[in-house]
Design a protein around this ligand. Structure first.
Ligand SMILES: Cc1cc2nc3c(=O)[nH]c(=O)nc-3n(C[C@H](O)[C@H](O)[C@H](O)COP(=O)(O)OP(=O)(O)OC[C@H]3O[C@@H](n4cnc5c(N)ncnc54)[C@H](O)[C@@H]3O)c2cc1C
Length: 403
């Protein structure tokens, strides 16, 4: 018999436990510091759980150790992950973007089938019990909690990262692995709202829009994204903004965010549309210049951005003003202050140095018999189901315990 201690019953820890339990020789003890497993999962995808993405590819992952995630993702890709979940009763649906959700549209369906997978005679779930230290002993480990010490032959650390603090995101995993000789990179909140000069976002609070986003440092484009954005009290949120948050958190000072609200139209086509509007409806109030092209509040904000006098008719708008408005609709620039913190972040950029683990097994190169999976490692994915796919793939690999 081999005793496996798995620390953390989140996405990766539950997959690791179910996988390790396939070998009846293994006796698994799954520690979870919260009262119930998988609390964060229930909040994923706005309660719908975007559990993977059909377009999963290495380019969607980031780490100081490039390519580290590839082996786990190749061994347990989205198709196999979905087959695994299907074999346990989970029906899913794929959106045109490649994002996959449970057919029920409820994250608890994903959690329920995972919890059922833990009902095996060789898995003991110890919820409400935080692991406080892991020590190496002769040929094994001692795992300490507030209520005692457990001897284990193998340990899998699946404690997650610092993101989502309100949902139980803690730094325990880093401390446990650092206590065993591992090191970690700097940590940054990622997949999180960008904070900007608030004047325009605040006036657009609650508005959703489709845009192409460019994040720039002085003389350098850092990242681009496109899709939905949402304006908030302090800045810009939504999937497209999330995709830039890693670069915003790590990109230094004096960053700017440029929004193109008419990404499918060249600047000259936008100008032609505005000119046609002036010609066909000269009597309309000037503030209706963008009506029908973008969200009404966005249209009015673009005009405010270029100091456009709106108390007149379109017939009184000059060619130069039309040009400025067209340009602003494709170059609406905000000064970036930074990002929100770990409390509202979906994922942690950075973590325990991946190079200290064997990518083929996820076993530590420093401590034989010690494994890690999920967000605690320095791997983070883009917005769209990639982080949970890393949790599933790495949990599956760690649960195989090098076999
Ligand atoms: C609001 C929100 C929405 C998200 N939406 C999506 C989405 O739709 N799609 C997507 O792909 N990703 C999403 N993510 C990211 C995704 O949830 C995480 O990347 C993923 O859950 C990481 O899995 P994990 O197993 O590494 O960590 P977690 O799922 O965080 O699990 C870690 C577990 O370890 C436990 N633990 C920690 N320390 C100890 C200890 N000392 N002893 C015992 N137990 C411990 C924790 O309580 C927790 O249950 C979202 C994240 C957030 C916060």
């Amino acid at each position: 018999m081999c005793v496996i201690a798995i620390i953390g019953a989140g996405a990766s820890g539950m997959l690791a436990a179910a996988t390790a339990a396939e070998n009846p020789e293994n006796q698994i003890i799954l520690f979870e510091r919260q009262a119930r497993p998988g609390r964060k999962l229930l909040a994923t995808g706005n309660g719908r759980c975007n559990l993977t993405n059909r377009g999963c590819a290495p380019a969607h992952y980031h780490s100081e150790t490039p390519g580290f995630a590839d082996a786990a993702l190749a061994d347990f890709p989205p198709e196999e992950t979905l087959a695994w979940f299907l074999s346990r009763g989970l029906l899913t649906v794929t959106e045109p973007s490649g994002r996959v959700y449970p057919l029920s549209n409820a994250a608890n369906s994903v959690l329920d089938v995972l919890r059922f997978s833990l009902r095996r005679p060789n898995i003991t779930l110890r919820a409400g019990e935080a692991v406080t230290a892991v020590r190496r002993g002769d040929g094994g480990f001692s795992v300490e909690t507030g209520t005692g010490t457990v001897a284990a032959d193998r340990v899998i650390v699946a404690c997650g990262g610092a993101a989502g603090a309100k949902l139980g995101g803690v730094r325990d995993g880093y401390a446990l692995l650092q206590g065993l000789g591992h090191t970690r990179t700097a940590l940054h909140p990622a997949l999180v709202q960008l904070t900007t000069d608030p004047e325009y976002p605040r006036a657009l609070k609650g508005v959703r829009a489709d845009a192409r986003l460019t994040l720039s440092a002085p003389r350098q484009v850092l990242a681009r994204a496109e899709g939905e954005v949402q304006f908030t009290e302090k800045g810009v949120s939504g999937p497209a903004a999330f995709d830039l948050s890693r670069a915003a958190a790590t990109g230094g000072e004096k960053l700017e965010l440029t929004l193109d609200f008419l990404r499918d139209y060249a600047a000259r086509d936008v100008l032609a549309l505005l000119t046609a509007r002036r010609e066909t409806a000269p009597e309309l109030p000037a503030e209706e210049l963008f009506t029908g092209m973008v969200h009404n509040r966005v249209g009015k904000m673009i005009l405010r951005y270029v100091n456009f006098t709106t108390t007149r008719s379109l017939r009184d708008v000059s060619d130069a003003e039309l040009k400025a408005a067209a340009r602003a609709s494709k170059n609406f620039t905000l000064r970036v202050r930074g990002t929100e913190g770990f409390e509202s972040a979906q994922v942690t950029a950075g973590g325990i140095r991946a190079s200290e683990f064997d990518a083929r097994t996820l076993e530590s190169r420093i401590v034989p018999g010690l494994f890690a999976c999920g967000e605690v490692l320095d791997v983070d994915g883009d917005c769209g189901g990639y982080n949970l796919q890393w949790a599933w793939s790495s949990g599956r690999k760690a649960g195989r315990l090098g076999k």
